[in-house]
Design a protein. Structure first.
Length: 632
């Protein structure tokens, strides 16, 4: 039997319950033993503009998304226009029958430039500028169109409140019914999606029943999906995973100023400021405290985090590009005064406000060079949920062990990816504490009597020491003596050499696949899982490929990267930026110039079909650059 592999898109207005629909569908399928991989794409306005969630559902854990989708659910007319080319022959489109007759000129929530592009597409196919034109295209293409009377079904089954409040539930219920998933799984999905609003569960379950009854009593084709035992897993986003990792790593103080897409991590932590856990030995219930502070701006956030770290507390802050810009001086201060602080850096489209809710990987060079002058910092990146969890733990360890700022980079695609994660091994990462001072009478905070560059750490309330953003001597007193300057600079930078020697290679770089492959992909961040899927697909076609996956950029694993790339045949760098920044870092550290690129910088996530198509183009035509321009 062919494995179930469903690509699904649910679109509608921002603020229209797209997330709730996603949670319903995800939980329903997870309880039926399936795995879900989905990415949330949303407009930067608060309410009204187009948003959607792109899913993939398989029994085996999926690692990527692809177009065309098998099912598209349109909760507003705009979705039909914006995604009309994301479906193909054999796809199914579910929409509200009330959309019939809707004209494109009335789509006020579609931006003018997008509107113009849609008009051009419709005109080129001699289609009218309305929903009927889109439906004609669907029917000619062989796409199954399913019109559902949304208002009628909702009003017959729910009394009170506007019908559009339940559009997301009806769309999700219809989708689950079409796919043949048992209704009790759908109801459990409702209970999960609205667990914080128990009063609305019953009315939403009534809407689910209406959807199932309508599908059952119509001539609509219904799939038959097998169900499987559902092992214990966690439905997490990258934001969730990083927060969880920090908690497991002993985080006790976090600062932030609200900014997309970083805020979700801090708000999750805020909801768990009092943590309860079982002590392993005695099974006694213990409590641990976490303090999360929403600051007035990012300058305050980084400097408050610096201050908390000086009390010996494991401390972090989280931000995105514009906020990180403001933090640069505070990060430099942490570098000079050797403060162990973690900055979780969620990348988005820039510059300036740029694309505040869209993907980007254009801040790598900024992270590596943030702060004026030269000082040691660790710059690391995560590419999937498990890495977000373990790296959240490790980042706190690195900061304390090496007494330096640690910049943990996560791109927006990963931050807003939903994935079902198997049980986490809490013993995989042990908490490493700072080099504690034992000589309180003759304490030299910046002692030069160290081979690894790591001096005893001073803690407010326990040790007396001087600290300043100026250059200083061993006691912390300001100095501009040339010899002391040299020795202090060398001591600080020695810590980076120590870190490079101590941090395992697999935490810096990993080679996946055949060592002697025809193609070597290079990437970092959220493209990791996507390229692993691409490698599997190419293998079915008789093409061998491997992936040189970069996890740490400072310290950089230059020797290993150079060794792999010198033996590689066709090298393709894959990134979500315009200037191939990881390739630049490789050239800076190894001298190797990458010649072939697959780049995407329009703010949308990469998909499997794009990678496979671009790889074939590079193999056959040998272009220097493939720019991915698709995505709604």
């Amino acid at each position: 039997m062919q494995e179930t592999d469903i690509n699904l898109l649910v679109g509608g207005p921002q603020g229209g319950g797209i997330d709730s629909a996603a949670n319903m569908i995800s939980m329903a399928f997870s309880l039926a033993g399936y795995n879900i991989y989905g990415i949330r794409e949303f407009h930067s306005n608060i309410k009204g503009r187009h948003s959607y969630i792109h899913f993939r559902i398989k029994h085996e854990r999926p690692k990527s998304l692809k177009y065309p989708v098998d099912i598209m659910v349109a909760l507003d007319p705009d979705t039909l226009f914006e995604h009309m080319f994301d479906v193909a022959k054999g796809s199914r489109v579910v929409y509200d029958s009330a959309f019939n007759g809707f004209n494109l000129k009335n789509a006020r929530m579609i931006t003018s430039d997008t509107l113009g592009r849609i008009e051009e597409e419709l005109s080129s196919r001699n289609l009218t500028y309305d929903v009927q034109g889109v439906l004609d295209y669907f029917k000619k293409t062989g796409i199954d169109v399913i019109a559902i009377p949304f208002d009628k079904l909702i009003n017959e089954n729910v009394h009170g409140g506007p019908a559009n409040r339940y559009y997301n539930t009806l769309g999700a219920g219809t989708t689950l019914a079409l796919l043949g998933l048992d209704i009790y799984h759908a109801n459990d999905g409702i209970k999960f999606a609205f667990k914080k609003k128990p009063k609305v569960i019953e009315s939403n379950i009534n809407v689910i029943k209406a959807a199932y009854d309508y599908v059952e009593n119509s001539s609509i084709k219904v799939e038959t999906l097998p169900t499987y035992p559902a092992p214990p897993r966690m439905l997490l986003t990258g934001n969730d995973s990083t927060a969880l990792g920090k908690l497991m790593g002993g985080l006790r103080f976090q600062t932030y100023y609200p900014i997309t897409p970083a805020s979700d991590e801090s708000t999750l932590l805020e909801s768990h400021e009092e943590m309860k856990f079982l002590e392993t030995a005695g099974k006694d219930l213990k409590k641990a405290g976490l303090v999360v502070v929403q600051c007035e701006d990012e300058l305050s956030a980084i400097n408050m985090a610096n201050g908390a770290a000086l009390t010996g507390t494991r401390t972090a802050t989280a931000t995105s590009g514009p906020g990180f810009s403001l933090m640069a001086e505070g990060i430099g201060y942490a570098g000079m005064t050797e403060i162990p602080v973690v900055i979780t850096f969620y990348q988005r489209g820039g510059p300036s406000t740029g694309l505040p809710t869209r993907n980007g990987q254009a801040d790598l060079m900024f992270a590596l060079n943030t702060g004026h002058g030269e000082f040691p910092k660790i710059v690391m990146s995560s590419g999937d949920m498990e890495e977000c969890i373990y790296d959240g733990m490790k980042s706190l360890n690195y900061a304390q062990r090496y007494q330096m700022p640690v910049i943990h980079m996560i791109d927006k695609t990963l931050a807003n990816t939903m994935d079902l994660v198997p049980e986490i091994d809490v013993k995989k990462v042990k908490i490493v504490k700072y080099n504690e001072n034992t000589d309180h009478e003759n304490f030299k905070r910046y002692s030069l009597n160290t081979e690894d560059g790591i001096s005893p750490y001073g803690v407010f309330g326990k040790d007396i020491f001087w600290m300043t953003g100026d250059e200083h001597d061993e006691l912390g007193h300001v100095t501009e003596d040339t010899k002391m300057r040299d020795r202090m600079m060398e001591k600080r930078m020695q810590k980076l050499i120590t870190a490079d020697n101590e941090i395992p290679l697999e935490d810096k770089v990993v080679l996946y696949g055949d060592k002697n492959a025809d193609i070597t992909y290079i990437t970092w961040g959220s493209q990791k899982s996507l390229l692993l899927d691409a490698i599997d697909e190419l293998k079915k076609q008789g093409i061998s490929a491997n992936l040189l996956y970069l996890r740490m950029f400072e310290p950089f694993p230059a020797e290993y990267v150079e060794k792999v790339l010198k033996k590689s045949h066709l090298i393709i760098d894959v990134e979500s930026n315009m200037t191939a920044q990881a390739a630049k870092v490789i050239r800076m550290n190894t001298g190797i110039k990458i010649e072939n690129f697959i780049l995407k910088y329009n703010g949308r996530h990469m998909t499997l079909d794009e990678i496979l198509r671009s790889t074939k183009n590079i193999m056959e035509k040998k272009p220097a650059l493939e720019v991915l321009q698709e995505g709604s």
